[in-house]
Write a protein that binds this ligand. Structure first.
Ligand SMILES: Nc1ncnc2c1ncn2[C@@H]1O[C@H](COP(=O)(O)OP(=O)(O)OP(=O)(O)O)[C@@H](O)[C@H]1O
Ligand SMILES: [Mg+2]
Length: 259
């Protein structure tokens, strides 16, 4: 596939990983597990080529994937490819065909050289990845069909997928390692909420915390889970730790609902 100008792509590797999660909380066991799966790189070939992070809506899959990817980014000298597949958004998901177009573009393939035929497009992608070490993050995937055309054909790359589905076909047929994320504990939820509400000011005043909705949702996922498992309403997690935090959390929640 030399007509794709692969040399230029090698000099200027893609760096598509989103910024690391600010104030990342805990997940020590999950991070350790991922580190162990990846290994120390001393062997001739890595054992981990395909890993899926699964868990309930909002549990923190994307955050963990992005945070861990930053920790191991140096192990992938030929760059990173990232796509949000929007598998669970109300709008249309990103198709594999569209994702491949973006990836080939990021690998410096000129638009006019990107094959229109789906199989040829996937084959061009696999050819370009064949002898590179690239970290590929396929975020928010909804099905095996959405990700399979985006898998490299060789083991030099690592593919990290996040999904609310278990994607069993990838485990059975493609040898994927599956890591299931549990909800944050009450203490971890408090830590997360304290971090995100630390600079909170009521709406209309300068310094209002932005982008807190998802975080509240992540902590709420833990609370909902605990209520489900104990069969009784959870104590107000933040209130138990710090009444000031509780007031800020409530205010953030109200502001979020108004948006
Ligand atoms: N461990 C964490 N540390 C800090 N912030 C976190 C953590 N986990 C989640 N968050 C926050 O919660 C928000 C929602 O988490 P995230 O998007 O990772 O969940 P998700 O499981 O990928 O959700 P979805 O099922 O909708 O894809 C993030 O934007 C982030 O701000
Ligand atoms: Mg996600």
């Amino acid at each position: 596939m030399h007509f794709y100008g692969g040399h230029r792509g090698r000099r200027d590797p893609p760096r598509q990983l989103p910024a690391d999660v600010r104030g990342f909380v805990n997940r020590v066991d999950d991070l350790d597990r991922l580190d162990r799966l990846l290994g120390d790189g001393s062997g001739p070939e890595r054992s981990l080529a395909l890993c899926i992070l699964v868990g309930t809506a909002g549990v923190g899959k994307t955050s963990l994937a992005v945070h861990w990817a930053h920790r191991v980014v140096d192990r992938f000298p030929d760059g990173q490819l990232y796509v949000n597949l929007h598998g669970y958004d109300p709008g249309p998901p990103v198709t594999p065909h569209q994702a491949l177009e973006r990836f080939l573009g990021a690998l410096q393939v000129p638009a006019e050289s990107i094959p229109a035929d789906p199989e040829a497009r996937a084959a061009a992608y696999r050819s370009l990845l064949a002898d590179r070490r690239i970290l590929v993050v396929l975020d928010n995937a909804s099905s095996v069909a959405q990700v399979r055309p985006l898998l490299p054909g060789t083991a030099g790359c690592l593919v990290l997928i996040t999904s609310r589905s278990r994607l069993s076909g990838l485990v059975a047929r493609d040898g994927a390692h599956r890591v299931s994320l549990g909800v944050l504990s009450e203490e971890q939820s408090i830590e997360l909420l304290q971090g995100v509400t630390a600079g909170y000011r009521p709406p209309g005043r300068p310094g209002r915390a932005a982008g807190t909705g998802g975080t509240v949702r992540t902590a709420a996922a833990g609370a909902v889970h605990r209520r489900g498992t104990r069969g009784q309403p959870p104590p107000h997690a933040a209130a138990r730790a710090d009444r000031g935090t509780a007031r800020r959390v409530d205010a953030v929640g109200r502001a979020h609902r108004r948006r």
